[in-house]
Every structure is written in C-alpha cells, then in structure tokens.
Design a protein around this ligand. Structure first.
Ligand code: SF4
Length: 489
C-alpha cells in the first residue's frame, strides 16, 4: 500500500485474512456476548444524544425564538446538523463559541458579546440559552451572567431570555428538552396568571417528540373534538414548513402570547412523562385547571386512553369521526395482523417511544423480545415489565437497561429476532443480523419524510403497521422459491 506521495506505508500490525475472519465470527458468539455485557467503563454507540440537543428542539417550538448555545461551537454544530439531517430543514441556532480563554476565565464575555450580536443580526422575539459541557465543567453561573447582560443592555429589557443548564455528562436529550421547556414556560408565564380567567383551552405538550406529523395529528384530533388548544413547543411548522422560495429563519412555533396565557388554561396534558417531569411538576404547581401526564398514545389502547381523557376533561362525547377512525384502524389491524403476529422484535430508544413501541407490538401479537434503553431507570423498567406481564406475547421478552447498540448487536447475533425498531444508528447491527430496521425514533438520517408520518393516534398505528407488514411481505417476495412466488400474499 502507498500513501499520497507514492511512498510505501509500512503497516504497524499485519492482520491476516484468517484472523479477520476469526474475530468476525468470534464477535457473534455467546462467549463474546458475555464479555460484552461485562463491559463497565465504555459505552459504544449509545442510543441517545446529548442534553443541549433536546434543549434546542424545545426552543425551536416557540415563535421567533433563537436557540443560543453557551459553549463550544463544535457542539452547536453537532445539534444543528443532527436536527438538520433528521428533518432535512435548517435548524438555525447560534453559539457564543467559547474557546480556551473562556474555559480559563469563564464565558461571561462570550455570552454578552454573543447576545448582543444575536439581537442585532437575527432580531428574535426570544432567545433561549442553554449550555454545552464546557461551561458546565468550569461552573459558569448562567443566572448571574444573564442578569448582568440585562443590566449592561446587551439584550433589550423586555426580551425574554430563558436559560437552562444542560450538562451532557448527566442525562440525555430528553432531559435537556425538559430543562429548556420548563425554563421557557416559567419565563413566559411569570406574572400572567389572572384570577378568575380561563382560556377554555387545552394545553398539550407532545414531549421530546421529533415527528412533526405527530404534532399535526394531535391538532387534528383536538379540532375533531372542537376543543380550542395550544400545543406548547410546537415544532410542526418550524421543521416542516412550505417551500415557497424564501428562507424563513423562524418558520413556526407556539405564539409567545399563547404560551404566556397557557397558565390560565382549562387543562394541560403532557404526553411524554419521561421527557417532561420538571415541566409537569411546574405546571401542576402553577397552572390553572386540570393537569394530566400520560404516555404517548401509540397503538390502540394508549390512543383510546388519550381520547377518553380529553373527552373527560372537556365533558365532551367522542366525535363520530374519531370513533370511525378507530374502527378503520382496527380493521387495518385485522387485515394485516397475520404478517406481524408471532414475529420477534428488538426495540430501543427514548423511554416514551419505547413504551409506545412495546405496547403497539404486544397489541399486534408480536414479541418485543429484546427491549433496550441506553439511559433507563428502575421506574421505566417496572413500567415496561408491567406491559410484558399483561400480555401473553410478553413472555420470554427481556429488558436491558443502560445498554448500548453494541450490546444490542450481541443480542441479535446470539438470540436472533425478525426485525428491529429504533433510529438510524441501528442500521449497522441490522445489516450484520440480516434483518430489517424500522425507523420510527430519532434520529432518522437515512430515509426521507419519515417525520411527516405520525406514529401516534389511530392513524399512527396504521402507519406503523403498514410499513412493518409490507416489509415482511417484500422479504417473502424477494426470498421465496419461484414456486411460492404468488400474486396474493
Ligand atoms: S456531549 Fe458535551 S462536548 Fe459532546 S457534543 Fe454534547 S455538549 Fe458538546
């Protein structure tokens, strides 16, 4: 082998093709799986992103809001490019680009200069500040820095500047989402509660959900009910805006005045209990009306629970259109269940998605055989186990908390399944195991328009089911003997 200059490169270690084969086979064995699961200090390909990325998602859900990263520019590029690749839309955000001097002397100067430039250049209505690891490690005091910025006139007096500490060495993108969202709501609703006022609206929080179709689906369901609503942190237009030949830096988001008035709502529902515990606790303590935290409505049972809760909160009958929609979803399941029934799946992802996948699969008579979360908790494990125990299809299924996608690969090679549900990062394990990967989570980099197809509600159940069953039929068509190649499937 020669390098760019045409000189011979001497290999430090010569690996024979036999040795490559031996190791390739060995990593598929039980023996290797045991060693892999004994791993303590190292994480390989975790199924989560870092806290600030979730904070940025929450910030994009509000009108005219500029996400502002206090910290390293490289980190900011990572969140932006990850969101950009998933949605195939711009994810405009700025960074105060802390470097070595900021790390030594603190990042206040960077923050102040950055805020002033951001106001002048991008004219936001609100700036949502969150941190990367570096200012968290050195202990930058955001509260004091932002107070000083106001006093020195770096930001206009009336401009909201909510901020969140989002240290990535502790937690994942769902925790950053929660911290940013609660800070935004605390900031916008401060002093806005009016005695005796009720907006008559339902406030809905979708949780750290990266599917723009889900937000539209929630709004459609509530419109069918005739219930006025405010979806808080609504990213549907921010990341799925029309192509009209112009660039809109702030393409959508919840109106700031609606978010401020949400404190006077008739009821508030959050549909991502694991992604919004701090937000929900703030709402419970401060918002008027009723407060509900419930799982993402994935599959029929969880969608029923959501629809019934909405009906109960507003004293309304479930509209005929939604009842019909449910009936059509059940019909779709009846038509398709034979292609998914009895199939074994490996599933991984964020806790709220994971509960939805497991519940959906059990309803379809499939087995969520390996359930893996790379940042889970005892509470999540108990909730997943309760789902498994409540269904005959949950027998023999196992939960793996705080394991990564390299652990998942060992599971797939030693205890095979028919398919995986997760995000794009699982494609390597899926390829090695020669099984399909159904991409429903985040991020999805290698398929198009997935975020436009809801996975919640009755329509979401039909979408997931259709994609999964048709793939299994494709596989049958592609792999069967000629004599079994049938028109009907
Ligand atoms: S983990 Fe920390 S250092 Fe890495 S991208 Fe996230 S914020 Fe930056």
């Amino acid at each position: 082998m020669s390098n760019l200059l045409g000189l011979e490169v001497k290999k430090i270690v010569e690996t024979t093709p036999e040795e490559v084969d031996r190791v390739q086979n060995w990593i598929n064995t039980e023996e290797y799986r045991e060693k892999n699961f004994a791993r303590q200090a190292l994480v390989i390909n975790p199924a989560h992103a870092c806290q600030p990325l979730g904070a940025q998602l929450a910030a994009h859900g509000f009108e005219g809001t500029l996400p502002f990263v206090h910290g390293s520019q490289g980190c900011a590029s990572y969140y932006r490019s990850t969101l950009n690749r998933h949605f195939r839309e711009p994810a405009p955000a700025v960074s105060d680009a802390m470097t070595e001097d900021g790390a030594v002397f603190g990042g206040q100067n960077n923050l102040h200069e950055g805020l002033e430039n951001a106001v002048a250049l991008y004219k936001p209505k609100m700036i949502a500040v969150f941190t990367s690891c570096m200012p968290e490690v050195i202990g930058d005091d955001l509260t004091a820095f932002i107070k000083n910025a106001r006093q020195k006139g770096h930001v206009p007096k009336d401009m909201p500047v909510p901020y969140a500490n989002t240290p990535s060495f502790n937690g994942t993108h769902i925790h950053g989402y929660d911290s940013m969202l609660v800070s935004i709501l605390q900031n916008l609703t401060e002093g806005k509660q009016i005695e005796g006022r009720c907006t008559g609206k339902l406030n809905l929080i979708a949780g750290c959900d990266f599917n723009t179709g889900d937000y539209r689906e929630y709004k459609r369901i509530l419109t069918e009910f005739g219930i006025p609503h405010t979806v808080l942190a609504d990213i549907s237009d921010s990341f799925d805006s029309p192509c009209d030949g112009h660039y809109h830096i702030y393409a959508g988001g919840t109106k700031l005045e609606d978010a401020a008035d949400s404190i006077n709502g008739k009821a508030t529902i959050t549909l991502g209990p694991y992604a919004t515990p701090k937000t929900f606790s703030f709402i419970k303590d401060n918002y008027s009306g009723k407060h509900v935290s419930m799982p993402m409505p994935m599959g029929i049972e969880k969608t029923d629970a959501f629809i019934m809760k909405v009906a109960e909160l507003f004293g309304k009958e479930v509209p005929a259109s939604l009842k019909n929609e449910r009936g059509r979803a059940v019909d779709a399941i009846t038509d398709a269940h034979q292609y998914i029934h009895g199939k074994k799946f490996a599933v991984y992802g964020d806790p709220d998605y994971l509960l939805g996948y497991v519940s959906f699969l059990l309803e379809m008579g499939a087995h969520p055989h390996h359930i893996l979360c790379s940042r889970g908790s005892k509470k999540l494990e108990k909730e997943l186990q309760a789902l498994l125990d409540g269904s005959e299809f949950g027998k023999g299924c196992k939960i793996y908390m705080n394991k990564d996608l390299w652990h998942l690969r060992s599971l797939l090679m030693t205890d095979p399944v028919d398919a995986i549900i997760g995000d794009s990062h699982g494609k390597f394990a899926a390829r090695d195991a020669k099984i399909p990967l159904f991409r429903f989570g985040f991020p999805i980099f290698d398929r198009v328009n997935k975020h436009r197809y809801p996975i919640i509600g009755y329509q979401g159940a039909v979408n997931m089911l259709t994609e999964i069953c048709n793939k299994f039929i494709d596989i049958k068509d592609e792999t069967c003997e000629d004599r079994d190649f049938e028109l009907m499937r």
